[in-house]
Design a protein around this ligand. Structure first.
Ligand SMILES: Nc1nc2c(ncn2[C@@H]2O[C@H](COP(=O)(O)OP(=O)(O)OP(=O)(O)O)[C@@H](O)[C@H]2O)c(=O)[nH]1
Ligand SMILES: [Mg+2]
Ligand SMILES: [Zn+2]
Length: 339
């Protein structure tokens, strides 16, 4: 390769560009860490993460005369990603405060994003409300994926059928059968309509005093349910299909709301898929609660529960103790771990 000789002016320009670049990076680092000098910041206090948007967080004050008010903050860059429901130590500032520490979490719901990275969704929750509806169509495998996640995080799931007003006995008999399948293995299920209010009181009783997150496909009515449970919060719900992609109010980040009588609800963005690649085959198996009674009963220790002779799960399906669709779902998730 021909050696390139740079003249003095060219060298000077390169040096200047590099210096500018370094200075910019330094400034960026400073602003992410401490926008203000420490003197501009208030004392350390406890707060609750209500929502987060990119680099910024909405923190609710848990102390002092402004308890309950929400302040925009950024977080110290050395902290791990914070999520809705996290308890933190923060300091007020103008225009933005700073979160300087996160307190220990009791629980954490995580899910992979579109870039195959595992992201925390919400912390310190008790219940995961898996919302399904006649429209958009419910997928058993997505429900099962949520159940695997909740079973492995010691969270309590509720399978909630919303849009009961749209339920047509003939057209949606499969959906009712689907719900019965889960109540048969002792999962809590409920049918409601955020539109007519049917079942909303019962749902409220189930949720009050605890922290619950609404999850599920986009358009099933998670935000509408929160509006129905907490009139006046107005979480901006979207309208289905017609306006899809055209200013539809699809939820883009998780947000926490308080019940006046105690307890919290978290609205979360809808998803299309729930990747499970971060889980081990053993964790997936543990996520199917009705399989547990048959652990170790197959003829072969390494039974894959496919076509092997003496498979206890296969026998349970034949005896009507396990639904064939659940085994299918299990196999489908296992298969996806290798993709
Ligand atoms: N008929 C009927 N429509 C409902 C009901 N609940 C919600 N909807 C409608 O369903 C659409 C979607 O509702 P959203 O609450 O925005 O759905 P979401 O689950 O929050 O969607 P994402 O934020 O995209 O995840 C809206 O047009 C609601 O009005 C219901 O009980 N019955
Ligand atoms: Mg929503
Ligand atoms: Zn087996």
């Amino acid at each position: 390769m021909k050696k390139k000789h740079l003249n003095r002016r060219q060298l000077w320009r390169i040096q200047k560009i590099q210096d500018d670049y370094a200075a910019r990076a330094e400034r960026k680092h400073d602003s992410a860490d401490d926008e203000q000098t420490p003197d501009d910041l208030g004392p350390e206090e406890k707060g609750l993460v209500i929502s987060h948007f990119g680099q910024q967080l909405d923190i609710e004050a848990l102390e002092g005369k402004e308890t309950g008010e929400i302040f925009r903050c950024h977080q110290r860059s050395n902290l791990e990603p914070l999520v809705t429901g996290d308890h933190v130590i923060w300091r007020r500032g103008t225009p933005t405060g700073v979160v300087i520490a996160n307190l220990q979490r009791n629980s954490l719901l995580q899910r992979p994003n579109n870039f195959a990275e595992l992201k925390p969704v919400a912390a310190n929750i008790d219940n995961v409300i898996i919302v399904i509806a006649p429209e958009p169509q419910a997928h058993a495998n997505l429900i099962d994926r949520y159940l695997v996640a909740t079973e492995n995080s010691q969270l309590r799931p509720l399978i909630l059928l919303n849009k009961l007003d749209l339920l047509n006995a003939d057209k949606h008999s499969g959906l009712q059968e689907l719900l019965q399948r889960y109540s048969a293995i002792n999962y809590a299920t409920l049918m409601v309509s955020s539109k007519t209010g049917e079942g909303i009181n019962e749902l409220q009783e189930y949720l009050e005093g605890q922290t619950s997150i609404f999850v599920g496909q986009s358009g099933v009515g998670k935000s509408a349910l929160i509006n129905a449970l907490l009139p006046g919060v107005n979480t901006l719900e979207g309208s289905l299909s017609k306006a899809r992609g055209k200013g539809r109010h699809t939820t883009t980040s998780a947000r926490l709301f308080h019940f006046p009588a105690g307890g919290d609800l978290i609205d979360s963005p809808g998803i299309r898929e729930f990747g499970m690649w971060h889980m081990s085959p053993a964790e997936v198996f543990r996520g199917f609660i009705e399989f547990q009674a048959f652990t170790g009963l197959c003829k072969f220790r390494d039974c894959q529960h496919k076509q092997e002779p003496g498979c206890a799960l296969k026998a349970a399906v034949d005896a009507g103790d396990i639904h064939a669709q659940r085994i299918q779902s299990y196999q489908q998730i296992l298969q996806s771990l290798n993709e």
